[in-house]
Ligand binder design. Structure first.
Ligand SMILES: [Zn+2]
Length: 129
């Protein structure tokens, strides 16, 4: 399967989706105004993300994934942010409870994931709620 940009998540054919814990929609741009919800497909990244999800054993809350150019600019993302250039995810770990003792999924599973993929998985703590 090839990498590539889709103008909206629904443009990706469901029969080609083989990552059970995620959907194109939750990984698409969520600006709601600048684009149609564009989605960047990267099967290698999805394989790694799915592996992290299975290893953790509970749902991952994705705060941010693909960002269109304008959305990335509005949220202050770097022009060459992987959220903008391809696909990256910010994982909200605020509700992890005792599991938050672990630094974050990125550090926990770095050794098993290709460098280019771990560099695109970020964890977010929202201090004080
Ligand atoms: Zn957008």
């Amino acid at each position: 399967m090839e990498r590539g940009l889709y103008p909206k998540a629904s443009a990706f054919k469901p029969d080609r989706w083989v990552w059970p814990h995620f959907t194109p929609l939750e990984l698409a741009c969520r600006c709601g105004k600048f684009c149609g919800g564009e989605y960047y497909h990267d099967p290698d990244f999805l394989d790694a993300l799915e592996a992290v999800r299975v290893r953790i054993g509970f749902p991952l809350r994705i705060n941010s994934a693909r960002r269109c150019a304008l959305h990335n600019a509005v949220v202050g993302g770097a022009p060459l942010s992987q959220h903008r250039v391809a696909l990256a995810v910010d994982i909200d770990v605020a509700g992890w409870g005792d599991r938050a003792a672990a630094p974050c999924a990125k550090k926990l599973w770095r050794r098993d994931l290709p460098v280019s993929v771990t560099a695109r998985i970020f964890c977010t703590w929202i201090v004080g709620g």
